[in-house]
Write a protein that binds this ligand. Structure first.
Ligand SMILES: *Cc1c(COP(=O)(O)O)cnc(C)c1O
Length: 422
């Protein structure tokens, strides 16, 4: 459920007409709904009621500070994967002890920044990384709290680019080697081993892969405890999928996911951490774009939009489907027609949808890409020298630009000309 609904034929973001935002900020732009963000966060939080837990929003999904602050004020922690994300979370007011540091290749500088500024834990991805965290911690006279990310060799049954829990993926350490690696960790005086971490992939639409992974984590917890490790926190990653189409997909609900966690791990008495990203932000955001031209090709009509693959890369990168809806609803009874919906970038990959049934549209009409809140704005670029598009946050009947569109001069003047060319 989200808060982007039609009222009298016009699409609203909560209580604000989307067309009004378009008139104020220009197109294309991203718009997020505060109520939807909070609703999704609370679904997870409530799903883990009765268990000691922290929901750490995986901020790589959508990392604008206004979004972080909205979630943090509701009680969310953050899962970060880079120093930039760590600093951004801190800038948004998130305390260090609610920030978890994930990511495959943390550098010594990143580790130092997080240890100095305060960190809930590092999710360690390899033994070399473990050694570096140990060294930096000793240098600072600190002990770094860590979990080790184990790779349970489970097929997440998702798109190959976002599956992370199979043995051929670059993530974590093989679960079969866990005892050895934990023994190594326990021997390093700069580390404090506190738990286990697992994250098997993104956009999972079934619970079964989670069940298999969490059962392995439960077994491992008992084994490691028997080896003398004080395993008291389990970080279970993110990955629960969202419906990208209204009709045929129905991924499991957070409450079912929470129940699965309780069923598989509840008996261990550990503190539970989860790191959802997509499910919190995905359906809380739209990308709104304008039709520039309707081009009648041979046997097909193209809707050429002012938004492009640099603004929303998911269709080009993951063959992702986004529902695309008119901002002004079609008059009832009007026959929909198929369009290829494309952006203006000079690549055939700049195609959002092929032969998509839409009401007849003309130049100047607005369309909204649904489910664009996660892995949308954060993955945008200025390819083709198209300035980054703005982000807007709606709260009831108010809206605010939370990242402004750079002017052409701002974009161009980021380049510097070396002296020998001046
Ligand atoms: C990407 C990622 C997440 C979030 O995944 P979603 O599918 O957005 O929920 C959580 N944890 C880690 C370690 C990740 O890399």
């Amino acid at each position: 459920m989200d808060h982007f609904l039609y009222r009298d034929g016009a699409l609203f973001a909560e209580d604000v007409p989307v067309a009004e935002i378009a008139a104020a900020v220009g197109t294309p732009f991203y718009v997020y709904s505060t109520a939807t963000l909070l609703r999704h966060f609370r679904l997870f939080d409530e799903a883990l009621q009765g268990t000691d837990h922290l929901v750490c929003y995986a901020m790589k999904a959508a990392s604008n500070q206004a979004i972080l602050k909205t979630l943090a004020e509701a009680g969310a922690g953050m899962d970060v994967v880079s120093e930039g994300e760590y600093r951004r979370a801190r800038a948004a007011g998130v305390p260090g002890d609610k920030i978890v540091f994930s990511g495959v290749g943390k550098t010594a500088d990143e580790i130092r920044t997080a240890l100095t500024g305060g960190i809930r834990q590092f999710n360690v991805e390899s033994e070399p990384e473990m050694e570096v965290i140990n060294a930096v911690a000793l240098d600072l006279g600190l002990r770094a709290p860590i979990t080790v990310r184990v790779n349970p060799d489970v097929d997440a049954k998702t798109h190959a680019k976002i599956a992370t829990g199979k043995s051929e993926n670059k993530f974590g350490i093989p679960i079969a080697r866990a005892r050895e690696v934990y023994a190594h960790a326990a021997s390093l005086p700069g580390l404090e081993v506190i738990g286990i971490d697992v994250h098997i992939g993104s956009q999972l639409t079934e619970l079964e892969p989670f069940r298999l992974a969490y059962q392995k984590v439960a077994e491992l917890t008992e084994t490691l405890r028997a080896d003398g490790h004080d395993i008291r926190r389990l970080d279970l990653g993110g990955g629960l999928g969202i419906p990208y189409t209204r009709s045929n997909e129905a991924p499991p609900l957070p409450v079912e996911y929470g129940q699965l966690i309780k069923d598989t791990l509840g008996h261990l008495g550990c503190e539970i951490e989860i790191e959802p990203g997509r499910l919190i932000a995905g359906n809380a955001g739209l990308m709104v774009s304008k039709v520039i031209y309707v081009k009648n090709g041979e046997g097909r009509d193209f809707l050429i939009l002012d938004g492009a693959m640099n603004d929303l890369i998911r269709p080009a990168m993951y063959d992702a489907h986004h529902d695309i809806i008119p901002v002004i609803e079609a008059t009832p009874g009007v026959e929909p027609q198929p369009y290829d919906i494309v952006g203006p970038v000079c690549e055939s990959g700049d195609t959002f949808a092929k032969q998509r049934l839409m009401p007849p549209l003309g130049a100047g009409d607005l369309v909204a890409f649904r489910s664009a809140g996660a892995y949308g704005a954060v993955m945008s670029s200025e390819y083709n020298s198209r300035p980054l598009i703005p982000e807007v946050l709606v709260h009831g009947d108010q809206f605010a630009v939370i990242r402004a569109r750079p002017t052409f001069d701002e974009m161009i003047n980021r380049d510097t000309i070396p002296e020998w060319l001046a």
